[in-house]
Design a protein around this ligand. Structure first.
Ligand code: ZN
Length: 191
């Protein structure tokens, strides 16, 4: 268990959460003590959300989420951003996410973060104008395939994809502001 979570300032917050989620009503808050759960994935550690600063909850592996801002995170988020320029499972980097949170915007990866994600996960999705598009890496030479039900485009490099990938002639990077979802394939919201 992370030591900072057992900070006495956090106890009342955790108590409130336990009361809500784990049926400890009737227990005197002063008598409340940390309880070890059998479920290894239960999010029973409180951490400060790296995006909004409110209480977030994580399991013993460091995977968790924030009920305030909706951020989901995995272990070593900062190191992962440093290495890959993204986060998992949200895709959007924590740095970008903090800016978006401040502006009251929903979390969404930038075009460059989306491409960073492609080279981490190999299969990506984004939604534009109600249509879901796939972008994935194919073969040893890692050809970038960009497709929907109606078309397929292939690009040799990231740079070529950035310069040429388009939907009905409009470059993907130029319509990215209107993309409503961008993420790892079959990971998170796709509707
Ligand atoms: Zn948060």
């Amino acid at each position: 268990m992370s030591k900072k979570l057992r900070d006495s300032d956090m106890d009342p917050i955790q108590y409130e959460w336990e009361k809500k989620h784990l049926n400890v009503s009737g227990l005197n808050p002063k008598d409340f003590k940390y309880f070890e759960y059998d479920d290894p994935y239960v999010k029973n550690e409180i951490v400060k959300c790296s995006i909004c600063g409110k209480a977030a909850y994580q399991d013993q592996y460091g995977n968790g989420g924030c009920p305030n801002c909706g951020w989901k995170f995995s272990k070593d988020e900062e190191a992962f951003e440093k290495d890959m320029g993204i986060s998992y499972p949200m895709l959007v980097s924590p740095t970008t996410a903090r800016e978006q949170y401040k502006k009251g915007l929903p979390f969404k990866a930038t075009f460059e973060e989306f491409l960073n994600g492609l080279y981490f996960y190999s299969e990506m999705l984004f939604k534009y104008d109600g249509v879901m598009y796939e972008v994935f890496l194919k073969g040893k030479d890692m050809t970038i395939v960009f497709c929907s039900k109606d078309f397929q485009q292939e690009y040799k490099t990231r740079e070529e994809f950035s310069a040429k990938a388009n939907i009905n002639g409009v470059l993907v990077k130029d319509l990215w502001d209107k993309v409503t979802f961008a993420g790892f394939m079959y990971c998170g919201e796709t509707e």
